[in-house]
Design a protein around this ligand. Structure first.
Ligand SMILES: NC(=O)c1ccc[n+]([C@@H]2O[C@H](COP(=O)([O-])OP(=O)(O)OC[C@H]3O[C@@H](n4cnc5c(N)ncnc54)[C@H](O)[C@@H]3O)[C@@H](O)[C@H]2O)c1
Length: 263
C-alpha cells in the first residue's frame, strides 16, 4: 500500500500515546481516520485535532475486549467513511509487579485488552479487507514481545502472544492481499504507566500496578512512532521497530536460543 490519500484507517487506543501518533501521521498523509478508544472523550479529542488540522476523522467509543463492540466499530466506520483499508490494533494496557503479586484479574484484564483486542480487530476487519481486494493490518506488540523483563511477566506474555498470532496471520493473509505489520516500540511517551486509570470494574481485584513500568516522560514522541508506522505500511514491513538500541538485546536473545540446540 503506497498511497494514503482517500484511504480509511481505523486505529484503536487512538485517544492517547502511540494510537494518537499513528492517527496524526496517517491523517497528515491524507487518510480518513476512525479514532476508536474506550475513553470516548479522548477519542473525540484525537478526531477533533485531526479535523482542526484539515483532515477527516470520526471518534467511536469502543471496548476492544468485546467482539460486539468491535463489530459496531466496523459498522460505524463503513457507514460514515466507507470501506476500511488500514486497521491498527493498538489499544493496550499494562500491569506489573512481582509475579506472585499479580492477581487473576490482572491476567484477565491484560489478556482481554492486549491479546483478545487484537484478535477481535483481526477477526472482524480481515474479512472486510479481503472482500475489498486487500488492505493492511498493524498489530501493536512491543520490544517486550521479543524480550521479557523482570516484574513485567504478564505484559510480556501478552506481547509474545501478539507476535505469535500476527506471524501466523502474515502467512494466512498474504495470499489474500492483506499484509500484516507487527509494531514493536521501546519506551514511548504515553499514559501506559497510568493505564490503571481505565481499569474496568469487572477486573477490579488489582495485584500489580501500571506504575511498575516507571516514568515514560523521556520516551519517544508518539508522532515519531506514528511516522515509523506510516513507513511500515508503505513498505509492507513485517516488523516495525522504532528503537535501534534494542537490536543487540534481541540478537543476544536469539543467539542464546540458537546456542541451545544440540550440535
Ligand atoms: N508506551 C510505551 O512505552 C510502549 C512501548 C511498547 C508498546 N506499547 C504499546 O503501545 C500501545 C499503546 O499504548 P500507549 O503507550 O500509547 O498507552 P496509552 O495509555 O497512552 O494509550 C492506550 C490507549 O488505549 C486505550 N484503551 C485501553 N483499554 C482499551 C479498551 N479495552 N478498548 C479500547 N481502547 C482501550 C486507552 O484509553 C488509551 O487511550 C499498547 O498496545 C502498548 O502496549 C507502548
Amino acid at each position: 500500500m503506497k498511497e494514503f490519500e482517500g484511504k480509511v484507517a481505523v486505529v484503536t487506543g487512538a485517544g492517547s500515546g502511540v494510537g494518537g501518533g499513528i492517527c496524526t501521521a496517517l491523517a497528515r498523509r491524507g487518510a480518513a481516520l476512525v479514532a476508536a478508544d474506550i475513553d470516548a472523550e479522548a477519542a473525540e479529542r484525537t478526531a477533533a485535532g485531526i479535523a482542526d488540522a484539515g483532515g477527516r476523522a470520526i471518534a467511536v467509543a469502543t471496548d476492544v475486549c468485546s467482539r460486539s463492540s468491535v463489530e459496531a466499530l466496523a459498522r460505524r466506520a463503513e457507514s460514515e467513511l466507507g470501506g476500511v483499508d488500514i486497521v491498527c490494533n493498538n489499544a493496550g494496557v499494562l500491569v506489573g509487579g512481582p509475579m506472585q503479586e499479580i492477581s487473576e484479574d490482572d491476567w484477565q484484564w491484560l489478556w482481554s485488552v492486549n491479546v483478545m483486542g487484537v484478535v477481535h480487530g483481526c477477526h472482524v476487519f480481515a474479512p472486510m479487507l479481503i472482500e475489498r481486494g486487500g488492505g493492511h493490518i498493524v498489530n501493536t506488540a512491543s520490544v517486550g514481545g521479543f524480550l521479557s523483563f523482570s516484574t513485567l511477566a504478564t505484559y510480556c506474555t501478552t506481547k509474545f502472544a501478539v507476535i505469535g498470532f500476527s506471524e501466523a496471520l502474515q502467512m494466512e493473509l498474504a495470499e489474500r492481499g492483506v499484509s500484516v505489520s507487527i509494531l514493536c516500540p521501546g519506551k514511548v511517551h504515553s499514559n501506559l504507566d497510568n493505564a490503571d486509570r481505565l481499569r474496568p470494574e469487572r477486573f477490579a481485584d488489582a495485584g500489580g500496578t501500571s506504575k511498575e513500568l516507571g516514568d515514560l516522560g523521556d520516551g519517544m514522541d508518539p508522532l515519531e512512532v506514528g511516522e515509523h508506522v506510516a513507513r511500515g505500511i508503505e513498505t509492507e514491513a513485517p516488523y516495525i521497530f522504532t528503537h535501534p538500541e534494542f537490536k543487540a538485546l534481541i540478537e543476544e536473545r536469539f543467539n542464546k536460543v540458537l546456542d541451545s540446540f544440540p550440535s
